[in-house]
Design a protein around this ligand. Structure first.
Ligand SMILES: Nc1ncnc2c1ncn2[C@@H]1O[C@H](COP(=O)(O)OP(=O)(O)OP(=O)(O)O)[C@@H](O)[C@H]1O
Ligand SMILES: [Mg+2]
Length: 145
């Protein structure tokens, strides 16, 4: 697990850019952490590095935004308003997660039961000062069938 501390919104965006260098089609990035902890900023950095040209913002009202990064679709979910797994079903969440696109998920705790085990997890915490955030990044591997 990698832990890093950022001291501004720009540093969190930069951390996202750096993190994105390892991403491949089909990868899932599950983001956890309270309101305002920096999930969207980090995802903005990921999208920049992937070559997404669209504006990246929390898709709070639409639940999901789709961007394109070359030939790879990027699915940006914000599950904050999801109240039940049946809502995830209606969205087709699992199909997106299993797709060849890159899946970036805010409030991933809302999808824990249906998230593939193989994924990146990024946990965001508020730091000691207003501009400080702590990011813990880990990679989980699938279990052999
Ligand atoms: N080090 C930092 N990293 C990221 N954001 C920071 C930092 N310091 C201050 N901020 C501010 O904190 C807020 C983070 O907002 P952001 O939308 O990225 O959070 P979020 O985790 O996506 O929240 P939500 O759960 O509401 O979607 C922004 O207003 C940003 O300017
Ligand atoms: Mg957000």
């Amino acid at each position: 697990m990698d832990t890093l501390r950022t001291h501004s919104e720009t540093e969190t965006i930069q951390a996202g850019r750096q993190f994105a260098l390892q991403l491949k089609p089909g990868d899932i990035v599950a983001c956890y952490g309270e309101l305002g902890s920096g999930k969207t900023r980090f995802i903005k950095g990921i999208c920049e590095a992937l070559g997404v040209r669209e504006h990246v913002a929390s898709p709070t009202f639409t639940i999901m935004n789709v961007y394109s990064a070359g030939s790879t679709p990027v699915y940006h979910f914000d599950l904050y308003r999801i109240a039940s797994y049946s809502e995830l079903d209606e969205l087709g969440f699992e199909e997106y997660a299993l797709d060849d696109g890159i899946c970036l998920i805010e409030w991933a705790e809302k999808a824990d039961e249906v998230l593939p085990r193989e994924r990146y997890e990024v946990r965001f915490q508020l730091g000691a000062s207003e501009q400080e955030r702590e990011l813990s990044i880990s990679r989980l591997y699938g279990v052999a069938a």
